[in-house]
Design a protein around this ligand. Structure first.
Ligand code: NAD
Ligand code: TDX
Length: 357
């Protein structure tokens, strides 16, 4: 029997990539619940809207009545929960929204799902997959081993603290009620449709626009980068193969320093922009600007992915250089997607975040 899925946050970056991935491989109802705020964009799923089995609902995961109604009328048996406030810098400026959506919103979904699962007689095939992050484990120094599923939580930003709280709730619903929750903790994603507040798309756009490339601190912070398509296959496998209550780390085995990514993007843009008929206003490397560090900036993340490899047979397939090249090509050829995000509607948002730079 095909799964009837509710995908929260499905018009954001990873969610929309996942919805497309899922629709190409599975039949059954697909309902997306997204508030369509600054990071949620109807255009991200526009190509799916003509499918009768697909429905995009604009709404808040904190709205219990709406969530109840969707779970019931759409006969949902599987929730894949991406919806979140996702940007660390914004969580430093305004943590309240992170507690509301990431903690209260996740709690609302868990309660609504528990109600439905219980009234339906606790069917064995029901699943609640909570999508989380490597940031809940805190920061590594250069020589520390990578995070495993048993590394103690040590979140350092309001974002990661709110994600950690929601992970604990998802875990508790399995242990207390036996509800079939699953948790995945993934490293930094990159790829098409990422909102240009995050490192890679921000640098791509600023190179095209001739604006400074703001690098925090000394640029030596390390992230473990994974192509969003690899994240989608991991989530799909966890959903199909994992046991209720399982937790899986997902990552790219691909640790890169921020400054090295910026250098690579400068090089790729310099090479690929002219081939796409785009004249860059300035030499990309000259735009690199070191700025004051992000408060509480985690130094290094790295994921140990041996558990998901061993149990589920999942491994990332993208090579970082190819993935970055594909991503740069996407931003070069999708000005119609990102140009509206620079409009007056968003100007206040960027100004709050980056001042006048
Ligand atoms: P995103 O900001 O692009 O997307 C989040 C989506 O959630 C947006 O479409 C937004 O409109 C929606 N949303 C926000 N508040 C909502 C609310 N109250 N009700 C309904 N919808 C709401 O973020 P993303 O990068 O796609 O991240 C998706 C998930 O993956 C998040 O849970 C994030 O913590 C997690 N994650 C992200 C990364 C990464 O590198 N981007 C890595 C690991 C985990
Ligand atoms: O302008 C910038 N300059 C800069 O040096 C930005 C936006 C970022 N950076 C640095 C900060 C980080 O060390 O680049 C690194 C990556 O930054 P982000 O893209 O903001 O990602 P990060 O803070 O690592 O968090 C991301 O990965 C884990 C996602 O935003 C989270 O949602 C996810 O959970």
């Amino acid at each position: 029997m095909p799964k009837q899925v509710l995908i929260t946050g499905g018009a954001g970056f990873i969610g929309s990539n996942f919805v497309r991935h899922w629709c190409q491989r599975h039949t059954g109802r697909v309902v997306v619940l997204d508030i369509l705020g600054y990071a949620g964009n109807r255009a991200n799923v526009a190509d799916l809207e003509d499918q009768a089995r697909f429905r995009l609902v604009k709404g808040d995961i904190c709205d219990r009545a709406l969530v109840d109604e969707l779970l019931t009328t759409e006969q949902i048996d599987t929730v894949i929960h991406f919806a979140a406030e996702s940007h660390v810098d914004r969580s430093i400026l305004g943590p309240a929204a992170f507690v509301q959506t990431n903690v209260v919103g996740t709690f609302t979904l868990l309660e609504a799902f528990r109600d439905r699962w219980q009234t339906q007689g606790k069917p064995h095939h029901y699943r609640f997959l909570h999508i989380s992050t490597d940031e809940v484990y805190g920061s590594l120094s250069a020589d520390d081993p990578a995070f495993t599923e048993t590394t103690p939580y040590a979140p350092n930003s309001p974002y990661s603290a709110s994600k950690a709280s929601s992970d604990h709730l998802a875990r508790a619903y399995f242990h207390t009620y036996g509800m079939p929750t699953l948790i995945t903790n993934c490293s930094n994603n990159y790829g098409p449709y990422q909102f240009p507040e995050k490192l890679i798309p921000l640098m791509c756009l600023n190179i095209m626009l001739g604006k400074p490339l703001p690098v925090y601190g000394d640029g030596q912070n390390v992230r473990d980068w994974l192509h969003v398509s690899d994240h989608c296959t991991a989530i799909e496998q966890v959903l199909h193969q994992a046991e209720p209550g399982d937790v899986y780390n997902i990552g790219g085995n691909n640790q890169v320093k921020n400054i090295d990514i910026v250098y690579q993007l400068c090089e790729l843009m310099g090479e690929m922009a002219p081939a796409n008929g785009i004249e860059l206003p300035k030499t990309p490397r000259e735009l690199i600007t070191f700025i004051a560090d992000r408060p509480g900036h985690d130094r290094r993340y790295a994921m140990d992915i041996s558990k998901i490899k061993r149990d589920l047979g999942w491994s990332p397939v993208y090579n970082f250089t190819d993935g970055l090249r594909q991503t740069v090509a996407w931003y070069l050829t999708h000005r119609d997607w990102w140009q509206p995000l620079l409009s007056a509607e968003y100007q206040g948002y960027y100004k709050n975040l980056y001042g006048d730079r």
